[in-house]
Design a protein around this ligand. Structure first.
Ligand code: ADP
Length: 260
C-alpha cells in the first residue's frame, strides 16, 4: 500500500546520497536554487524514503520564532502552552522543512542556531526550557539565491551551518521525462515545452524577475493533456505568469508559437 503513495521524484544528480548521509550524520541541509526546480518535491520524496514525518513551514516576512517555537494561548480561565511546528519536530524526530528560510524574520535564524551545531538543542525562552532534539530530527531549509531580484540574502555565517545542495532546471531529457511522468502528456509536446522553457531561460536580456520553472512547464503539460489547445496552454501556463509587460508578452508568445 505504502509504495503507491511515493511522491514521484526524478533524481538529477547525487542529491539523494547527500541527503541520506546528512541525515545519518545529523547535519542540517540547505537546498539552494530557483523556485519550481523540485526542492519541495525532493524533500517529500526523501521523507518517504526515510519513513519520516515532514513538517513544512513556508517562510515569509512575518514568520517569527514564536510561530516556530510555540506560544501561550488562553483557554477558558487558563493559559496553556502550545508547541509550534519546530518544537514538535524537535520532540518527535520529524524533518522540519523551512521553505524560503531567508524570507523569515531574523529571530528565526537565531532560534535555529543551537539546532544546527553539535548541541542539537532548542531553547524555548518563554518556558525557560532547553530541549534536546530527538535522534531523528533533521532541519532542512530552502533558499533562492536570486540576488538582484528582491530575494533576501542568507548571511555567510548562517549558510556555513548547513550542508548544501544546488538545484537548477534539469537537462532537457530529464525535464521532458518529468513532464511525461508527472502529467501523462505526449512525448512530442513534452519535448517542445522543454525547448520553449530553455529558449526563454536563455533570454536573460528580458530581465524577467523569475524565468520558466519546471513547475510552469508541468502546468502547461497538464492543460495540454486535458485537451486545451497547445499554444493556449503555453500562453496561459508559461507566458502570462512571467510578465505583465505587453511587449514582452507578445514577443514570448511569438517565440513559443514557432515551437509548438
Ligand atoms: P520548489 O520547491 O523548488 O519551488 P517544487 O518541488 O514545488 O519546486 O517543484 C515544482 C513542480 O515541478 C513539482 O510539483 C513537480 O511537478 C515538478 N518537478 C520539478 N523537479 C522535479 C523532479 N526532479 N522530479 C519530479 N518532479 C519535479
Amino acid at each position: 500500500m505504502e509504495t503507491l503513495n511515493i511522491p514521484f521524484y526524478h533524481a538529477v544528480g547525487k542529491e539523494q546520497e547527500v541527503f541520506e548521509h546528512a541525515f545519518k550524520n545529523k547535519l542540517p541541509l540547505l537546498l539552494k536554487g530557483p523556485t519550481g526546480t523540485g526542492k519541495s518535491r525532493f524533500i517529500e520524496y526523501m521523507a518517504h524514503v526515510l519513513n519520516k514525518k515532514i513538517i513544512t513551514i513556508s517562510c515569509h516576512e512575518e514568520t517569527s520564532s514564536t510561530d516556530l517555537i510555540g506560544r501561550f494561548i488562553i483557554k477558558g480561565a487558563e493559559t496553556v502552552w502550545i508547541d509550534g511546528p519546530l518544537t514538535t519536530a524537535v520532540k518527535e524526530g520529524a524533518i522540519l522543512y523551512l521553505d524560503e528560510v531567508a524570507e523569515a524574520r531574523p529571530d528565526v535564524i537565531v532560534a535555529i542556531h543551537s539546532l544546527t551545531d553539535h548541541r542539537r538543542e532548542l531553547f524555548i525562552d518563554k518556558l525557560g526550557e532547553t530541549i534536546k532534539a530527538h535522534e531523528d530530527f533533521m532541519l532542512v531549509a530552502s533558499f533562492n539565491p536570486g540576488y538582484q531580484r528582491g530575494f533576501k540574502e542568507l548571511k555567510p555565517s548562517t549558510r556555513q551551518r548547513f550542508v548544501a545542495i544546488s538545484f537548477d532546471y534539469p537537462e532537457a531529457k530529464i525535464e521532458s521525462e518529468i513532464l511525461i511522468k508527472e502529467t501523462n502528456v505526449d512525448s512530442e509536446s513534452a519535448k517542445r515545452l522543454v525547448v520553449i522553457g530553455n529558449k526563454i531561460r536563455n533570454l536573460t536580456e528580458l530581465g524577467l524577475t523569475e524565468t520558466v520553472s519546471t513547475r510552469l512547464l508541468v502546468d502547461a503539460s497538464k492543460l495540454i493533456h486535458s485537451g486545451l489547445p497547445k499554444r493556449l496552454s503555453v500562453h496561459a501556463a508559461v507566458i502570462e505568469p512571467l510578465t505583465d509587460d505587453q511587449q514582452t508578452l507578445e514577443a514570448l508568445k511569438d517565440l513559443c508559437d514557432l515551437v509548438i
